[in-house]
Design a protein around this ligand. Structure first.
Ligand code: F6R
Length: 609
């Protein structure tokens, strides 16, 4: 969980590395560093803290050179500090390494190297790599890296430089993402495409077990065993501005406002022209294979897990197949009953989340078919799944997920309808009715986004509180969980989400005078029961902020204030009701002066278990 960037060419590498790292700060931002080959040999500058700290250090004493590697870190082994920052080097300072991932056997390797006389200065696993490469180097950096990698266990992506061959940059990928950017007279490496998109749109996506040798004149792709690989260039056709803030104060706010487009793009060609059928050619299961499905497991982490909870209700209702939704880090260790008749759906915005990937592998090992719902084409999850439903939300930069979550909901609605129409568990007229409602969602989101004043005002009020509750029943409960996570994540205010009917079994003891309770009541079937639960908290002094469907008039009689979302099909309500909750957490974070896009202790892509 770190960001890597590398450059070889004619330009000043320092600038390219810093610009690239700025695009990768979402991967980690507790420290940063660069290594550049200069007239005085390989020089490293690194520092604890945000990239801006390194940038100002480099401003005072720039590193001039045409080849370099850079890194932005999210600490795993060893606290954030100058010395633990990457790049790392060996005792001769002739080798330099940046690394994303974990070397599982680093302690054994370190002990072995110490016995050989190597002296270590940091607490990191990465430093072992630079010493290991130095210890096996015999005049050919590619061979040395290959040899070193055979000794290393774990998941990693690497960028390597040596002063002995100052025109070469070596890149390695084993279970952590890495791409190669191909320019004219210059080449790049990056953990993600935005890092290099300013300079080139021509990209090679490295697969696991592959490496590359980059010089300014070319890129050679090969396996870790040294077999050459020929691969077509992938042309990136999305624009750099889609990865930038586009005039918004924060990425999160931009991404909240991107949602109508993300909904439209994710539905896109998946609704046939007549609007009566879902078409999903990317799901390559035959009708018989779909008929053979006995149960579904949905696996994900965090916000994606919350989308999976909505997915459970949707699939059970539309396809009448039993569904379990699991947190990925728990799934593997609870000996889940997976059979070849189990369909496993993994949900991951980044497609690189280590826990989700491990669960996917467990499912495949047990013979299940795996469908991935992901936002990143070419991600690890996408490459390892049998079928891939891409959520076309575009790059999500803010750590707090918004448009990726709602696009996952859209993907679940489409997939649920697709299963239902294939199995005949829903009438064609029902499919048409839901699809017609779905196509109106983008406009309805726009409607919510055009009246943010009331939410902003509520947000500014709730920040005075230390605790808060979100309650709801059925799908409203799933959305309450997401609203609560969002608020905790970026405002650092403690909140809990409860199934409204469960409060009286313990939690009601925590309700005291003036405590804010956000009550979701969008589900018609459950409305009266939810109102009874709202009365229970009101009776204990809570101030209730209700969320209902416009036109409904009863909630205002029990809640202190009510925010209404446009009318939609009951099943689709989460795709609208979560929007005010996203805005609530955004404005709360803003009011408290927090770093909205980069909340403390968190990183965008969690590639460690
Ligand atoms: C919260 C958030 C996280 C992610 C989780 C899974 O806003 O973004 O909870 O949802 O880390 O990440 P992905 O979807 O990339 O697997």
């Amino acid at each position: 969980m770190c960001g890597i960037v590398g450059y070889v060419g004619k330009r000043n590498s320092q600038e390219i590395l810093i610009e690239g790292l700025k695009k990768l700060e979402y991967r980690g931002y507790d420290s940063a560093g660069v290594a550049v080959y200069t007239n005085e040999g390989l020089q490293i500058k690194k520092s604890k803290g945000r990239l801006a700290v390194l940038e100002s250090k480099l401003g005072e004493a720039p590193l001039a050179g045409h080849i370099g590697i850079g890194h932005t870190r999210w600490a795993t082994h060893g606290k954030p500090s100058d010395v633990n920052s990457h790049p790392h080097t060996d005792n001769s300072s002739k080798f330099s390494v940046v690394h994303n991932g974990i070397i599982e056997n680093y302690i054994a390797l370190k002990e072995e190297l110490i016995e050989q006389g190597h002296v270590f200065v940091s607490e990191t696993d990465t430093e072992v790599i630079s010493h290991l490469i130095a210890s096996v180097y015999e005049g050919d950096i590619v061979k040395a890296v290959q040899k070193a990698v055979t000794r290393m266990r774990g998941a990693f992506a690497l960028g390597v430089l040596t002063e002995y061959e100052p025109e070469k940059l070596v890149a390695v990928r084993l279970s952590s993402p890495l791409i190669i950017g191909v320019g004219e007279g210059e080449n790049f490496i990056g953990s993600d495409i935005p890092a290099i998109l300013e300079y080139t749109r021509n990209v090679y996506i490295l697969n696991d077990g592959e490496m590359a040798l980059l010089t300014k004149d070319g890129v050679t792709l090969m396996t870790l065993e040294g077999n050459f690989i020929s691969r077509e260039i992938f042309r990136v056709d999305w624009d750099i501005v889609t990865a930038e803030k586009a005039g918004f104060d924060h990425f999160m706010l931009k991404e909240i406002y991107d949602q109508p487009k993300a909904y439209r793009d994710t539905m896109g060609a998946r609704i046939d022209e007549s609007g009566s059928k879902v078409v999903m050619p990317e799901v390559r299961m035959t009708e018989q294979q779909i008929r053979n499905i006995r149960n579904v497991h949905i696996i994900a982490c965090g916000t994606a897990y919350h989308a999976g909870l909505v997915g459970k209700s949707v699939i059970e209702k539309l396809a009448r197949i039993p569904v379990e939704t699991d947190v990925a880090s728990e799934y593997r260790y609870r000996s889940p009953i997976i059979t070849p008749e189990t369909l496993v759906i993994v949900v991951s915005q980044s497609g690189e989340t280590a826990d989700t990937l491990a669960a996917l592998r467990e499912a495949k090992k047990n013979g299940a078919r795996v469908v991935a719902v992901t936002n990143v084409v070419g991600s690890s999850v996408a490459r390892e799944a049998d079928d891939v439903i891409v959520t076309w939300a575009g790059p999500e930069i803010a750590v707090a997920s918004t448009k990726a979550y709602t696009s996952q909901l859209i993907a679940f609605y489409l997939f649920g309808l697709y299963l239902g129409q294939t199995l005949g568990t829903i009438e064609p007229s029902y499919v048409s009715e839901v699809l017609a409602e779905m196509q109106q969602l983008p406009e309805k989101v726009e409607q919510i986004l055009s009246q943010t004043g009331a939410i902003k005002e509520i947000a500014e009020r709730i920040v005075a509180h230390k605790n808060l509750f979100f309650i709801g029943r059925g799908l409203d409960y799933a959305v309450a969980l997401e609203g609560s996570l969002k608020l905790k994540e970026i405002s650092y205010i403690h909140s809990e989400a409860y199934a409204a009917g469960e409060l009286k079994h313990g939690t009601l003891a925590l309700i005291e005078d003036d405590i804010p309770v956000i009550a979701l009541a969008t589900q018609e079937d459950l409305f009266e029961k939810t109102v009874s639960n709202i009365k229970e908290v009101k009776a204990r002094g809570a101030q209730v902020i209700g969320l209902n469907i416009e036109g409904e008039t009863e909630l205002a009689k029990v809640a202190d204030e009510v925010f209404s979302i446009p009318h939609t099909h009951q099943l689709l309500a989460p795709a609208l009701s979560v929007i005010p909750l996203q805005l609530l957490s955004y404005y709360a974070s803003l009011a408290l002066g927090h770093d909205v896009d980069k909340p403390r202790n968190l990183a965008k892509s969690v590639t460690v278990e």
